[in-house]
Design a protein around this ligand. Structure first.
Ligand code: SF4
Ligand code: SF4
Length: 252
């Protein structure tokens, strides 16, 4: 029997779904699955639903973006009832993501509203991670995970000294880094972020901002707070909420 598949966007830039539609494996998905809802590739985008309306059943529903308004919350709850698995697609769905930089009051990750069954990380998810995840979903396997953090695959890692208190007073480097950002007093979230992005930001001279989330489903917010507490943060950075804007706890 064909997999019944849906993909829905909430408040987002559509970067995650766009990435999905550009993958080779997307053709496998379209051929092997029965598409129940996929407004992004239909004329029905953006998708809304009336409160009394019921949704058709899906085996897997990918949800991109975060919840900013009541209509999205209603849709998400209906999707939860109608789906065997709900998978958060990308950093906005997982944490609020870059959308959380907005001053709008509400930018809730999916898990604040419903229980989710997994997540595909990234902003947008790297093609290899997204492709492997989609294949796993098609074949009924668990989503791929990793125990490794970004430092484990980062070319700058060997220069990081152990057991020294690291002072961090910058969010961006002054010059292209030749050693670990932390050695240059620049905040990098690589130690608490899962690998899988091929360290793209590091390679172009930017520190990790954590959009891949934690290794193996750990509590990212708690991990980041623990990590920050091991650093000697400058007064300015201690009060800068944007450090963990992509992964802060849902507002209550
Ligand atoms: S996670 Fe990134 S790419 Fe995906 S919708 Fe949010 S901002 Fe766009
Ligand atoms: S902290 Fe950042 S720059 Fe340093 S090794 Fe880890 S990922 Fe690389």
């Amino acid at each position: 029997m064909k997999l019944k598949f849906s993909a829905i966007s909430l408040n987002s830039c559509n970067g995650c779904i766009s990435t999905l539609t550009c993958l080779d494996v997307f053709l496998n998905l379209v051929k092997s699955a029965e598409i129940v809802y996929f407004p992004f590739v239909e004329d029905s985008y953006p998708y809304t639903i009336k409160e009394e309306e019921e949704l058709e059943y899906s085996d897997v529903t990918l949800v991109e973006g975060c919840v900013t308004q009541k209509d999205e919350e209603i849709l998400l709850k209906k999707l939860r009832k109608a789906s065997k698995k709900i998978i958060a697609l990308g950093a906005c769905a997982m944490f609020g993501g870059i959308e959380s930089l907005s001053q709008n009051a509400r930018k809730d990750p999916l898990s604040k509203i419903i229980e989710i069954d997994g997540a595909i990380p990234g902003c947008p998810p790297p093609e290899n991670v997204l492709g492997a995840s989609i294949l796993s979903l098609i074949e009924g396997r668990n989503l791929p995970e990793t125990n490794r953090n970004l430092c484990a695959v980062c070319d700058l890692r060997p220069k990081l000294e152990k057991f020294k208190t690291i002072r961090v007073d910058k969010l961006q480097p002054q010059k292209f880094p030749t050693s670990c950002f932390l050695d240059e007093n620049v905040l990098c979230l690589g130690p608490v972020t899962r690998e899988g992005c091929d360290a793209k930001c590091i390679k172009v001279g930017l520190p990790c901002e954590g959009c891949m989330g934690p290794p193996n489903g750990l509590d990212y917010t708690a991990n980041v707070i623990n990590f920050l507490s091991t650093l000697e943060l400058s007064e300015k950075l201690r009060t800068y909420e944007g450090i963990i804007f992509r992964l802060r706890r849902p507002r209550t």
